[in-house]
Structures are given as structure tokens and as C-alpha cells.
Design a protein around this ligand. Structure first.
Ligand code: PPS
Length: 332
């Protein structure tokens, strides 16, 4: 079903020397049953070597028709959207949200294909979970379970300015994995698609192209920051849920950066702990990487050089504009 090749080049060699894992490029060979314009050509996705032996199992996973999939390129607001969707699907159950970790309420579908492990716990956990499930994934259309397209599950896709996502990803990598490269090396790697889940541009464009299908909701991190209340109303409608004005306001409060950071079951430190365990790092509540880092729009301006900003803006414009996607090639 896939053409898989090891990626070997100086950027990846350098990445591996700095503690990054080996990378593959993976491209589907079969027809994906999704209604996307014929002119769209799938491009290879960059994944860790660990993914190689599991790709078929992920693609063949049997979904449930009432699953809700939260799909994003990494660091684009996945956790925020998982929490929002889980709450909307669970009658705003604040008690459960504050007692059960988000990593258990909303499972990261392909995690066991991203790290060195022999476990298949996540498939069991997913199969045991009650419906409707809210499932997290960063996979592009070409790697997601084919069954999603046959059963037309609801998908909430979230995009974010690549420049902010890159900076967030850099801190994620240096804070949670053995990677110790410079920020310049990291950005160069990601811009040349030598980084897991790349290409960002293909990822966003694919979902942009199917955004008008009734089972797809295309959101942006920036709109969530600007007016979360409206996003909650739009998302409730998409999920066919009704809430009062008062309930929506209490959910806006629950989903604020400060509130989610404060609650250990919402701040995704569970994922941080799991990744620390993979790297054999000792986890410390106070000094270890904080997943809820800044949660800002445009924070990249403090950490990214103007030459990288210009290069990213130029490429984003070149790739997005022809598809009418007029985002992310200027200031955020
Ligand atoms: S991951 O690891 O790919 O699942 O990360 P993801 O959840 O997609 O993105 C993490 C970034 O989202 C920010 N975040 C928030 N921002 C504003 N409000 C709320 N409630 C919120 N929750 C998470 C988080 O801080 C990460 O962004 P950065 O820029 O690193 O702060």
C-alpha cells in the first residue's frame, strides 16, 4: 500500500548526530477513498523509522462512524481542540475533565508508531473506549485510516501559522527528546521537509481542499485566540450539540490558557511524562518541559531570524495562494 524509503542526506545525518531519530519518506500507492480534486497529487510524508512497520496497521484501522478526529500538523492547537471537543461531546463534564487525563480521554492514535516500542496498547485502549470517541492524530490524509473516508467520520482540522508552530515544535523537541541541535539547524530541517509529519504545507492544503465537505470543520489557532466563543458556537453546531450562552461562557473560561495550564488533566503533561520515559529522562513537575508554553500568536518574532521569516512567508505564499488559502504569509 505504501512506497517507503529511508531518508539519507546531510540534514538528517546532522539531526541524528544531535539525537534525532532516523527518518523515512512514505507515500501511498493505492487509491485513497477521499473526495479531493483529481489534480491533487499526494506527496511523500516524512516519518520516524519506527513508523515503517506500523503504517499498514494504522491505515487499516477500523474506525467507528461516530468517531470525531482532531487532526493537525504538530503544535497547531491539537490539545486545545481535543479539550474543546471532548467537553462539547460530554455535556461539559467539568468533573471528569478535571479527574481524567486528556491523554486518556482523547487518545493519540499513532503515538506507538512514533517512538521505539513493541507495545500496541493504544489500539486496545481505543477499542475499549466508549463512543463517541475523540481521537487525536497528526497524520496527513494519505496515512490516516482509510475507513475514516468510507464512514465519513467528523474531522476537526486546525491550522496555525507555520512560524509559530516551528518555534513551538523546536521547544517541544529540545525539551522532550534527546535532540540538542541549534534552532537554525532545526528550522532548516523542517523547511526542507526533513522532520516528522512534514510537509506542513501539504498537510494544511489537503484539508483546505476538502474543507467544505459536511464532515469537515477547518479551524485556525489564530481564530480560536481571537474569538473562542464564536468558535465554540460553530463547533457545537458542527457536532450537533446545543448549549446555552451561560454554558458556552463557562467553557470559554475552562479552555483559557491559564486554566488549562493549571489543571494537570488538561495541560498534556501526561504526554510529556510518557516521552520522558521513552528517553529515560527523570520527570520533575517543576523543572521539566511545560507543554503549555506560551499559547500566543506571533511569538515567533522574538525567536526567528528575519531571513527565515522571509523565506517561510515566500514559500507559504507560493504554495497556498494558488489554492485561495490566503493565510500565514504575512504577520500573524
Ligand atoms: S502537539 O504536541 O502537537 O499535540 O501540540 P499542540 O497541542 O498541537 O500545540 C501545543 C501549542 O498549543 C498551545 N496551547 C494553547 N494556546 C492557547 N490556549 C490554550 N488553551 C492552549 N492549549 C495549548 C501550547 O501552549 C503550544 O503552543 P506554544 O506556542 O508552544 O505555547
Amino acid at each position: 500500500m505504501f512506497r517507503i524509503e529511508d531518508i539519507q542526506n546531510p540534514i538528517v545525518d546532522n539531526f541524528q548526530r544531535n539525537g534525532g531519530s532516523g527518518l523515512i519518506s512514505i507515500l501511498p500507492l493505492d487509491n485513497i477513498p477521499v473526495d479531493i480534486p483529481n489534480s491533487w497529487k499526494y506527496k511523500p510524508t516524512c516519518m520516524p523509522v519506527e513508523y515503517k512497520s506500523r503504517a499498514e496497521a494504522f491505515a487499516n484501522f477500523k474506525v467507528r462512524k461516530d468517531d470525531i478526529w482532531i487532526v493537525t500538523y504538530p503544535k497547531c492547537g491539537t490539545t486545545w481542540t481535543q479539550e474543546m471537543t471532548w467537553m462539547l461531546m460530554n455535556d461539559l463534564n467539568f468533573d471528569e475533565a478535571k479527574s481524567v487525563d486528556i491523554t486518556q480521554r482523547s487518545i493519540y492514535f499513532e503515538l506507538e508508531g512514533m517512538i521505539p516500542t513493541d507495545e500496541w496498547k493504544h489500539f486496545d485502549l481505543l477499542n475499549e473506549q466508549k463512543s463517541p470517541r475523540v481521537i487525536k492524530s497528526h497524520l496527513p490524509i494519505s496515512l490516516l485510516p482509510r475507513d475514516i473516508w468510507r464512514k465519513k467520520c467528523k474531522i476537526i482540522y486546525v491550522a496555525r501559522d507555520f512560524k509559530d508552530a516551528i518555534i513551538s515544535f523546536y521547544h517541544h523537541f529540545t525539551g522532550m527528546t534527546p535532540y540538542k541541535g541549534s534552532i537554525e539547524e532545526f528550522i532548516e530541517g523542517i523547511l526542507t521537509d526533513n522532520m516528522i509529519y512534514c510537509s506542513y504545507w501539504n498537510h494544511v492544503l489537503e484539508f483546505w481542499l476538502i474543507r467544505e465537505q459536511p464532515n469537515i470543520l477547518f479551524l485556525t489557532f489564530e481564530d480560536m485566540k481571537k474569538d473562542l466563543k464564536t468558535i465554540l458556537e460553530v463547533t457545537s453546531k458542527f457536532l450537533k450539540k446545543e448549549y446555552t450562552e451561560k454554558q458556552i461562557c463557562s467553557l470559554v473560561e475552562h479552555l483559557s490558557f491559564d486554566n488549562m495550564k493549571k489543571h494537570s488533566t488538561c495541560n498534556n503533561q501526561g504526554l510529556v511524562k510518557a516521552l520522558y520515559a521513552v528517553s529515560n529522562y527523570e520527570y520533575n513537575e517543576k523543572t521539566s518541559f511545560q507543554f503549555m508554553r506560551k499559547g500566543q500568536v506571533g511569538g515567533y518574532k522574538k525567536e526567528m531570524s528575519s531571513s527565515f521569516i522571509d523565506r517561510i512567508n515566500l514559500k507559504t505564499k507560493e504554495l497556498f495562494e494558488p489554492y485561495g488559502l490566503n493565510l500565514y504569509y504575512g504577520d500573524s
